[in-house]
Design a protein around this ligand. Structure first.
Ligand SMILES: Nc1ncnc2c1ncn2[C@@H]1O[C@H](COP(=O)(O)OP(=O)(O)OP(=O)(O)O)[C@@H](O)[C@H]1O
Ligand SMILES: [Mg+2]
Length: 654
């Protein structure tokens, strides 16, 4: 069998990791394994917004063009009041138009020209800005997907699907406004206000000072509201997520809900979450709505002040009437912009909390490094034995995402509970398997069987102890290469909404149709697949046909067989398959298992009867080990389990 070879370090260039657990050689590995998961440190809203906006940097040309066009647009807008002011002065009794030095039609023509140019810029800017914003958001979406995909198993164990979907969907969508705002409104407001102030100061320092006096309390009031609104928006989003989680769980678990006639209770639960969301939303929106009128009132007081002081200047002959008109036009425009400031602050607050929630999903340096750890060649390591050396595993149950606690509205800190502080799923497990051997793992439910298998592809790292392959700690092997050398059939089968062939070829998308059929035959799946309407091209899953539990398991087996793995991990992979078909599969795969190390977890002793070594687990410990016949003779837990399952098998059907 061809194993993927990734021109990496030869095994002779091994890292200094030898030594028994606790010895200096591997202490750093154990420390790394039991260290808390890479949960994100809480980012402030400003830093989270900054992280999102960094994605704009991927299109510097477009952003520069947008900003350039926008600044030109603003410049024309600032020129218009000046132009009108001059026209008003020129229209006065001793002005240039009145005295015939300037023609009125040409002034009007200039105005038409400026307005037309402004419109043309707006027409180009709109689509350009939309494209930049939407494509940037597309990048953020991909980054979120990437970040979520790369997070370790424990991170996914400790996060809720509804919460994740809400963040990756709704919150990313909210960021659209943020990117739009930053590309247009924020620059428009800042440059517009700064330009206006400068022009007013140039016309009259006195009127400029008065405008500033009106502006400072207005902006201060806005900032005051902004600071109070930020946490409120975050709470609104958390409530929305909680509502989405109920919805998502109910859709995914609709069969359970119906089977237990819990529809009414679930609808009630949803309504409660919806009411909590609406209550939070209403109070936040009411608070939010109060700010703009208040700010406009504060700034509005500035206009009579300027009229009074400006009027006195005009009467005293220190200011032309047109200049006062220009200042008034500017102030009216600033009044309009204050409405926009209100819009911007609300979008920024709303998007700020969305950005915080999304930023927690973006790739972290830790998740990125997990794909490129320095490594040794797995192919060489596979020729040696696989050893568990005093392995213990304690699952980390630290919440992956910061979510407002339902009870007290206090954020649950990601480090609320140190990793490894719970009950061990595996304790002091040691055993050795030679290449090509078959290991049966049996034991009561919750004994730690699946946990033991999960350590081999490094879904989790041992909390203490180590696992070696060919004498090398698994943590020094390339994780992706290791996983390619393994195939696992999970206890719960997951199939994609794709064709049967694509589902089987998931681990080897380049597999030929004959190879797919071969794998399906080995898993005794070819028979029922051929009876499907479109055979191997039948789409299964959401919109496609439904399969029985046993059929799904056989597809999962075929998927694993097709990979031709060096180590095969079967986690109760035949539990839904009748004993007769299971025997047929065992016979068909006997050849396939030759030369491959196979781990078979099963509740049925018959499934592991051919194993070279049986490990009997109870409460995370190996309580018995040996060959099946020896264990039967010992009359311990294995014999108890075997007798129970053979007694069940002997029961008459029905
Ligand atoms: N992802 C996880 N996060 C936290 N705890 C877990 C996780 N998976 C399993 N456990 C806990 O670890 C213990 C062992 O679980 P495991 O799934 O390994 O048992 P099992 O022997 O495979 O049981 P079964 O026969 O029911 O499949 C259980 O107490 C379980 O609650
Ligand atoms: Mg299990």
């Amino acid at each position: 069998m061809d194993l993927p070879r990734c021109g990496r370090l030869p095994i002779s260039a091994s890292l200094p990791v030898s030594g028994a657990p606790g010895e200096p050689g591997n202490r750093h590995l154990n420390a790394a394994a039991s260290a808390p998961l890479p949960t994100p440190a809480p980012l402030s809203a400003a830093r989270a917004v900054g992280r999102i906006l960094r994605y704009l940097g991927r299109r510097p040309g477009w952003v520069a063009l947008c900003v350039g066009l926008l600044l030109t647009h603003i410049f024309i807008e600032l020129t218009l009041p000046q132009f009108l002011g001059h026209a008003i002065t020129a229209l006065g009794p001793r002005g240039a138009i009145a005295t015939g030095q300037l023609a009125l039609p040409s002034t009007v023509a200039w105005l038409v020209g400026l307005v037309t140019l402004r419109t043309a810029i707006g027409l180009v800017l709109g689509p350009l800005r939309n494209r930049t914003a939407l494509e940037t958001l597309g990048d953020v979406r991909c980054a979120v997907y990437d970040g979520v995909q790369r997070r370790p198993f424990a991170w996914h164990d400790n996060s809720q699907l509804g919460e994740l979907i809400s963040r990756a969907g709704t919150d990313v969508f909210r960021l659209q406004e943020l990117v739009f705002v930053c590309l247009l409104f924020a620059i428009d407001v800042l440059a517009g206000l700064a330009g206006t102030l400068m022009f007013i100061f140039l016309i009259s320092p006195l009127l400029g000072g008065l405008t500033l006096v009106a502006m400072v309390p207005t902006v201060g009031a806005m900032a005051f509201f902004a600071a109070r609104l930020q946490p409120r928006w975050r709470k609104v989003h958390e409530r929305h997520s909680a509502m989405s989680t109920v919805l998502q769980e109910n859709i995914a678990g609709v069969r359970v809900v119906k089977a237990f006639a819990r529809e009414a209770a679930e609808i009630r639960r949803f309504r409660e979450r919806r009411d909590e969301f609406l209550r939070e939303l209403h109070s936040t929106v009411n608070y939010w709505a109060a700010r703009v009128p208040l700010a406009q009132f504060l700034f509005g007081l500035g206009l009579p002040l300027v009229m009074w002081a400006g009027g006195r200047e005009v009467i005293a002959g220190r200011l032309e009437l047109g200049q006062l008109a220009t200042v008034v036009f500017y102030l009216l425009a600033v009044g309009g912009r204050i409405g926009v400031i209100g819009q911007i602050t609300s979008i920024l607050q709303n998007a700020g909390s969305a950005a915080q929630r999304v930023a927690e999903l973006l790739p972290t340096p830790a998740s990125a490094s997990s794909v490129s750890t320095p490594s040794l060649s797995v192919a060489t390591a596979l020729t040696g034995p696989l050893c568990f050396e005093h392995v213990s595993l304690v699952y980390d149950r630290t919440p992956s995402l910061r979510v407002e606690s339902e009870a007290k509205d206090k954020p649950v800190a990601p480090t609320a509970r140190p990793a490894g502080s719970g009950h061990p799923a595996l304790s002091d497990v040691s055993f050795t398997v030679e290449p090509g051997q078959t290991v049966g793992i049996v034991g009561p439910t919750g004994a730690g069987k699946s946990s033991l298998l999960a350590l081999l592809p490094r879904f989790y790292e041992p909390t203490t102890g180590r696992i070696t392959l060919g004498g090398h700690d698994l943590r020094t092997l390339d994780r992706a290469e290791l996983r390619r050398a393994l195939a696992i059939v999970f206890q719960e089968t997951f199939l994609f909404s794709a064709s049967v062939a694509d589902n089987i070829a998931y681990g080897r998308p380049d597999a030929l149709r004959e190879e797919i059929i071969q794998a399906a035959k080995a898993a005794y799946a070819d028979g029922f697949i051929s009876e499907l309407a479109r055979g191997y091209d039948t789409v299964i899953g959401e919109r496609g046909v439904s399969l029985s539990g046993g059929q799904r398991q056989r597809l999962a087996l075929a998927r694993a067989f097709l990979c031709q793995p060096r180590i095969l991990l079967l986690d109760d992979a035949t539990s839904a398959i009748d004993p007769g078909t299971e025997r047929d599969i065992q016979a068909a795969t006997a050849e396939l298992r030759r030369g491959r190390t196979t781990f078979i977890v099963s509740q049925r002793a018959a499934s592991v009867a051919q194993a070279d070594l049986i490990l009997v687990l109870d409460q995370g410990r190996i309580v018995e080990r040996g060959r099946p016949a020896e264990l039967l003779a010992r009359k311990g837990l294995y014999a108890e389990l075997f007798q129970a399952s053979s007694a069940n098998a002997a029961l008459p059907p029905g």
